[in-house]
Design a protein around this ligand. Structure first.
Ligand code: G3I
Length: 427
């Protein structure tokens, strides 16, 4: 209202300055270019405004408007992650309850726009979904699966058999002594049948066994291994396949780019294949840093598992930008290192140079993954924004890390643009 009242008087003032007809009063007359008034007849208080008007001549204004429109159009046209890699692989993120219950509406919207596959960061782990022998807690997991279905996403179940986040009772009898192989196999089968069976036809792929190879390439000496023996792995796949014959079934692990560990993992997959165990793919977690692993190691790892007929997925991607505190590259969750200020250099923000390094690293990673389009079927980030990431607390507690594509306010970082630009160009 106020604006429409103001408009005629502005138009009138402008016209008066240009010496033309005043539409609001009907006064004045149209001047020919030759007879346009000079500055002398314009009141001195309007002189600066007239200069401005000349500066923003009609043509300049048109160019300005066109540029704004082009910018807005280009921003609207920028593809999302899932659009940029459509036809190459799915792009996903690991989610927590606030994101799939709608509590964090901004992140829920971001997730729906950017990703076409999701993983549960914690809600489907044994300790969460099956905390006591006769108690299953399916509430959060149901909400996770519902969210994925409502948004037509490829839904991952993470994880059935792991040495971590599995309650002690699973491995012990009433006296706290280790249970027998037979008892543990029965507990494993019941758990897998119950969990996979509940989501049959809805969860598309399961991390059946997680981190079963140790850093030296041998089978990890977990309670599963010690009590049941090495065939616990094939049993887990068989039980999962029986519970949902159509679900994809994966072995998921970290640091498979390291040659020694990879050799052991390849050996494991070869043996499973030879025994016709229903394994469909291998998940490379890719908790990486700015300089490890090399692209050559990543290429070799993808190729090696592809040659065994495995689907290959990048399942837990993040890039650590902070100083690495131990000689060994690992993602073993049991690692703990004491905090000190040198290990936490970016408390107040990531400097531009490091931001750029992160963007370059992400561009290299995605170009490498995309060079295996179709063999790599999915790339999933372990979290949505930097504030969500487990990397703020591991292996040094209380640090400020920047490992993902979105900042703590869910804004895309330069690394996001780098990933979009690294996508294969569509014909
Ligand atoms: O939710 C509870 C909270 O109620 C409690 O007050 C708090 C106190 O410690 O703990 C909270 O749970 C934590 C949970 O993350 C949610 O934040 C657990 O202690 C903590 O152990 C758990 O860490 C998870 C870790 O796996 C556990 O092993 C990380 O979120 C999760 O990102 C991480 O994910 C693993 C993958 O599953 C397998 N590959 C490696 C990857 C990174 O470690």
């Amino acid at each position: 209202m106020r604006f429409s009242i103001l408009m005629p008087s502005i138009a009138s003032m402008v016209n008066r300055m240009r010496g033309g007809h005043d539409p609001s009063t009907g006064s004045g007359r149209a001047f020919s270019r030759a007879e346009q008034p000079t500055n002398d007849v314009i009141p001195s208080e309007l002189q600066p405004a007239r200069n401005l008007l000349i500066f923003f001549s009609q043509r300049t204004v048109v160019v300005f408007i066109v540029l704004i429109c082009a910018y807005v159009f280009a921003a609207a046209q920028q593809p999302t992650l899932k659009q940029a890699y459509n036809g190459c692989f799915l792009v996903g993120a690991a989610l927590n309850p606030s994101q799939f219950t709608g509590e964090n509406a901004r992140q829920a919207a971001l997730i729906k726009a950017q990703f076409d596959t999701i993983s549960p960061e914690n809600v489907l782990k044994w300790e969460r979904v099956h905390p006591q022998p006769d108690k299953y807690n399916f509430g959060p997991a149901d909400q996770y699966v519902d969210f994925g279905q409502q948004n037509h996403m490829f839904i991952i179940g993470h994880t059935l058999i792991w040495h971590s986040q599995t309650p002690k009772w699973v491995f012990e009898d009433a006296n706290g002594s280790p249970v027998s192989r037979k008892v543990l196999l029965k507990r494993m089968r019941d758990h897998i049948q119950t969990v996979v069976g509940r989501y049959k036809g809805r969860v598309n792929g399961w991390d059946v066994v997680n981190e079963v190879v140790a850093d030296d390439g041998t089978l990890r000496q977990s309670p599963w291994m010690k009590i049941i023996g090495p065939d616990y792995i094939e049993k887990a796949f068989e039980y999962a396949h029986k519970a949902d014959p159509k679900a994809q079934l994966y072995y998921n692990d970290y640091s498979l780019e390291n040659e020694v560990k990879r050799k052991g993992a390849l050996e494991l997959v070869r043996k499973l294949k030879a025994k016709h165990v229903p394994i469909t793919g291998v998940g490379l977690q890719d908790h990486v840093s700015l300089d490890w692993p090399t692209m050559q190691q990543i290429n070799a790892t993808i190729d090696d598992f592809d040659k065994l007929g495995m689907k290959v997925m990048i399942t837990e991607l993040d890039v650590d930008v902070l100083p690495w505190p131990t000689p060994q590259q690992t993602a073993d969750v049991s690692l703990r290192v004491a905090s000190n200020p040198q290990l936490n250099p970016y408390r107040d923000g990531l400097p531009d140079s490091a931001q750029q390094q992160l963007a370059n690293r992400y561009a290299d990673l995605f170009r490498t993954y995309a060079s295996h389009c179709g063999l790599v079927t999915r790339v999933t980030f372990w979290g949505v924004n930097d504030g969500d990431s487990w990397k703020n607390g591991w292996p040094v507690p209380g640090r400020t890390n920047y490992p993902l594509l979105f900042d703590r306010n869910d804004q895309p970082k330069p690394a996001f643009n780098a990933v979009i630009e690294a996508a294969p160009k569509k014909p």
